[in-house]
Ligand binder design. Sequence first.
Ligand SMILES: [Fe+2]
Length: 187
Amino acid sequence: MYLSIPASVNYLTGQIDAENVVIKETKLSDLEGVFADETLRAKSVQDQIIYQVEMLPAQQAEGELNFGVSHIEPGSIGDEFHMTRGHIHQRQEQAEFYFGSQGEGLLLMQTEQGEVSIEKVFPGSVHHIPGFVAHRLINTGNTRLSALAVWPAIAGHNYDFLDEIGFKVRIFKSRTGYRIVHTDNIK
Ligand SMILES: [Fe+2]
């Protein structure tokens, strides 16, 4: 019999405690063309971290699972809230679970046909992202938004989706919190 202490996660902050945690930062300079106002994005401080993903070392084998946490820093580019680039899985049929940890935000999901659905993300929220659905996290609050994620190792990430179709809605600040705007209505 062998007893060991596994990796752990602080559910209140999404912080992973593991020796071999892998951290990937995404700065504003990495997000060309992602926000509605590209001119403003290009003029803003480029090395600010917009989001960070912590994960346990990536698994490769079919049937395996990955575990990670996305942390999206609060803020906006103009009135558009900080968000992840968003992706659809390379193996599009592969699903994923997200779990809200801290902060408040939205999970934007969009099918291949362009049908959009949006879920509120909050501490304790559980999100099933079916296959064939692109997904993006948006921080609509004043504090860090953190969400845990579990996804199949073979799922992969396809970011070209953005160039081809893109998300049909964007989330902007409003006096009451946020407003959801269809991209057809953005000049
Ligand atoms: Fe995903």
